[in-house]
Ligand binder design. Structure first.
Ligand code: C5P
Length: 402
């Protein structure tokens, strides 16, 4: 049974071309057993007729704050109290700005102020509007207040631009909503430490060695672990991601800083998950000044030394050893290499993913993974990293208890 079964979802639709996709979203939410009521802004009604949503949701569509007939049937405060989740999809730059300011000048924004239900936004707008510092600041404000930001995805846009600002697909939004309600308490009372993102190994004051890790998997795991009841410390390399709510974040730059933070945090933890893409090597020397090109020298080389293996260090503990999970990002013979890492680093579990696949792995929102421990291996179906994180947390919680 879906976790959306019998959940009451107030779907806010604001003005944008993605509003046509919200019709499919209503259907997908209802297919999972949710009851859906739709609120449309004036802008949204320019794109799609309310009748479409009335037919799909089997409920009247609400638009006006001061409509006596609608108020008599279900007043706006009642509607705000009715919701288990307020989901705005698409969420335009305008609606995000109004919500960030706490404005209540139409039915949708008034409902958001009056509702104590979780608020989720699926931003959809032109890439330049999404990147504008004003929108970025509004998104950050809403996130800091606990709103969920689902998306946006990147790609080609209706206006012809390419970049971030596309609304997540209805199927993905339905999965996000499902994941939000689907949490169980499998990590209640547990303390979990997660490393995420890349490390940066400085070469001189302006250059460094690093990799393409986005940190998305580690951040998704931190959010899922927190939702499952754990106290979470997230040790993050340099990434461009917002902190999940109620998670203690420790920002680090290089591998040795990450090791020190991990060793400290692991002393008190039950589960250690190493999702970071730690640089294997660092420059042997850090130049104090910017390294200059040398006239007549067309080649140059950098001496490297090995970085500490953080997860192997935690797994090798004889005292205060947490259940230790590693990740293996491979481009070939994925399972074989992961198996040997599991043994060599003495891990309890390893999550292997094939980063040669363009649709998953580094920097993608999707992933395909195989979970391996001493008892065998299990390949999970391809999924959004957020959804996968939830499944992984359940598997890890289960194995850590055994
Ligand atoms: O050896 P490899 O880098 O492929 O191992 C991957 C696993 O080891 C990941 O869990 C990664 O977070 C961890 N690791 C680490 N410290 C390193 C290198 C990798 O914790 N120096």
């Amino acid at each position: 049974m879906s976790s959306l079964s019998n959940k009451r979802i107030l779907l806010g639709i604001s003005g944008g071309i993605a509003a046509y996709k919200s019709a499919d979203l209503v259907r997908r939410l209802k297919d999972r057993g949710a009851e859906v009521r739709v609120v449309m802004t004036t802008g949204a009604r320019e794109f799609v007729q309310p009748l479409t949503f009335q037919a799909l949701s089997s409920n009247p569509v609400y638009s006006d704050l001061l409509d006596p007939a609608a108020e008599a049937a279900m007043g706006h405060i009642e509607l705000a109290k009715w919701a288990d989740l307020v989901l705005i999809a698409p969420a335009s730059a305008q609606v995000m700005a109004k919500l960030a300011c706490g404005m209540a000048d139409d039915l949708l924004t008034t409902l958001c102020l009056a509702s104590e239900a979780p608020l989720a936004l699926a931003p959809a707008m032109n890439q330049a509007m999404w990147r504008h510092p004003a929108t970025a600041a509004n998104a950050q404000t809403l996130h800091n207040r606990g709103a969920h930001l689902w998306g946006p995805a990147a790609g080609s846009q209706a206006c012809g631009d390419v970049g971030p600002g596309r609304m997540l697909e209805p199927a993905d939004l339905a999965l996000q909503a499902e994941a939000m309600f689907g949490n169980n308490d499998c990590l209640r009372g547990k303390s979990v430490v997660i490393t995420a993102g890349p490390t940066r190994e400085a070469l001189d004051p302006v250059r460094y060695l690093s990799n393409h890790s986005s940190g998305k998997m580690g951040f998704a795991l931190a959010e899922a672990a927190q939702r499952a009841g754990a106290q979470v410390t997230l040790i993050a390399g340099p990434v461009n991601l917002n902190s999940p709510a109620h998670v203690k974040r420790v920002d680090v730059v290089d591998a040795r800083e990450m090791r020190d933070a991990a060793e400290r945090a692991a002393d008190l933890c039950d589960i250690f998950i190493s999702a970071a893409a730690v640089a294997d090597f660092r420059p042997a020397a850090l130049a104090e000044q910017k390294i200059k090109k040398r006239e007549g020298h067309d080649e140059s080389s950098i001496a490297l030394v090995k970085n500490p293996d953080i997860v192997a260090g935690i797994a090798a503990r004889t005292k205060r050893r947490p259940f230790t999970v590693g990740f293996a990002a491979e481009t070939q013979q994925v399972e074989q290499y992961a198996q040997s890492k599991l043994k060599r680093k003495k891990l309890d579990m390893i999550v292997a993913n094939d980063v040669s696949r363009t649709e998953s792995g580094f920097n993608s929102d999707h992933n395909t993974v195989t979970v391996i421990d001493r008892s065998g291996s299990n390949t999970l179906p391809p999924a959004l990293k957020t959804d996968l994180a939830k499944q992984l947390i359940e598997i890890i919680a289960n194995k850590a208890q055994q």
